[in-house]
Write a protein that binds this ligand. Structure first.
Ligand code: AQP
Length: 368
């Protein structure tokens, strides 16, 4: 994996600096620090899929890496969203980030629309991506199905996601496996632009997907992924669900009629999904969980999943309640936006220079 850091540059110092050194990235193979970037949409309460596929990775990666975690509110408006609900969801997701263990002293936590570079870079990338490749994105196909007037933002949001990642010279992007196609697109766009405008225009990032938990399925339909926007509340477990809701959703989860607890996602998607959830929340491997429950009944298995889920979510919910009502939350986000904005500004200077955009390059060109 590339370990790439940028040289310091600022708009103020621009006129006095050599053009090349101002915008070049320098490879610092001495340092082991990787830049990590990821985000979650404030489109509703974070569920077990988001937690096990993405958030747990965010927390694990904090030590020894340079992590930036974003609440991607610009993505949340690709489908209509009530402004009051959006404001509240942004704070909910931010509080949940901190409650699961993201430490703002170690990681940058901020709201996407607080840093203008996301939208700005998105336009530049949009001009270097093709309608054909965007039409092939399965999430667009799923979300626009049957909608004759799907918003353009729904079509273009994978490019915004590419901008989110490339704006921070990110090396690693921890996500669930539903995002594989979008990470591939990000890499394709970065490589395409690097080939045209200079190899060091963008860092080409790698996706990071977990072996277990990368795709948690809906409890009512284990052939579809667990999703915030599901209409059936019992298809998911939100991190903020109370005990009664957790019990009800898990006890009524779809299984099958052969009564055998075995990991086989093709033949037994419901049971395999429950094994994945049980293993991830109890800190075991799926193989160990399968061994533990082999020959036993679905009823007892589901009761055990209820218990491990309640045990795992209880401390998160307690921390969440404290953080969500504290004044510190907004201060943390403001501070995060400043730190993220400083990194983004440097990358935008470099990218605009490569493309010949803006007055900064013109100032150098004219010797000012
Ligand atoms: N079911 C899942 N299993 C594992 N990982 C998942 N992720 C989402 N669903 C699962 C991962 O969570 C991170 C944040 O996702 P997001 O909120 O940005 O968008 P999403 O993937 O579209 O999630 P939802 O829950 O399905 O939201 P809606 O319904 O609003 O579209 C990502 O890393 C994602 O991979």
């Amino acid at each position: 994996m590339n370990i790439i850091k940028q040289t310091d540059s600022s708009l103020l110092a621009l006129g006095n600096m050599d053009k090349k050194s101002t915008f070049e990235m320098t490879s610092q193979s001495k340092t082991k620090v990787s830049r990590v970037f990821s985000g979650v949409q404030p489109t509703g309460n974070i569920h077990l899929g988001n937690y096990l596929g993405a958030l747990k990775q965010f927390v694990d990666l904090q030590d020894g890496n340079d992590c930036i975690y974003c609440i991607v509110d610009l993505h949340a408006i690709t489908l209509p969203k009530d402004p009051g609900e959006l404001r509240s969801s942004i704070l909910d997701v931010a509080a949940l980030y901190l409650a699961v263990g993201i430490d703002p002293k170690k990681s940058i936590v901020f709201v996407q629309s607080d840093v203008a570079g996301h939208a700005e870079l998105s336009w530049i990338l949009m001009c270097n991506s093709y309608t054909g490749e965007l039409s092939r994105m399965t999430q667009f196909k799923d979300k626009s199905r049957g909608n004759e007037s799907a918003p353009t933002g729904l079509f273009a949001y994978p490019v915004l996601m590419a901008a989110d990642i490339l704006l921070y010279d990110s090396d690693v992007v921890p996500v669930g496996s539903d995002q594989k196609q979008h990470i591939e697109l990000t890499r394709d766009i970065a490589i395409r632009i690097n080939n045209k405008y200079g190899e060091d225009t963008f860092v080409v990032p790698d996706g990071r997907f977990l072996k277990d938990g990368a795709r948690v399925m809906a409890l009512d339909d284990p052939t579809a992924k667990m999703s915030k926007s599901s209409e059936n509340p019992h298809s998911l477990i939100s991190l903020l669900d109370d005990e009664a809701k957790i019990r009800k959703s898990i006890m009524r989860a779809t299984t099958d009629s052969d009564g055998e607890i075995r990991f086989d996602p093709e033949a037994k998607p419901g049971v395999s999904n429950l094994l994945t959830i049980y293993a991830a929340l109890s800190g075991k491997t799926v193989a160990d969980a399968e061994h533990e429950w082999s020959g036993r009944g679905y009823g007892d298995f589901k009761k055990a999943i209820v218990e491990v889920t309640i045990d795992a979510l209880d401390p998160i919910q307690r921390r969440y309640a404290q953080i969500r009502s504290s004044d510190e939350l907004v201060a943390t986000l403001r501070n995060g936006a400043e730190r993220a904005g400083a990194i983004a500004e440097k990358v935008m200077l470099r990218v605009k220079d490569r493309f010949g955009l803006g007055s900064a390059g013109a100032m150098i060109e004219s010797g000012m």
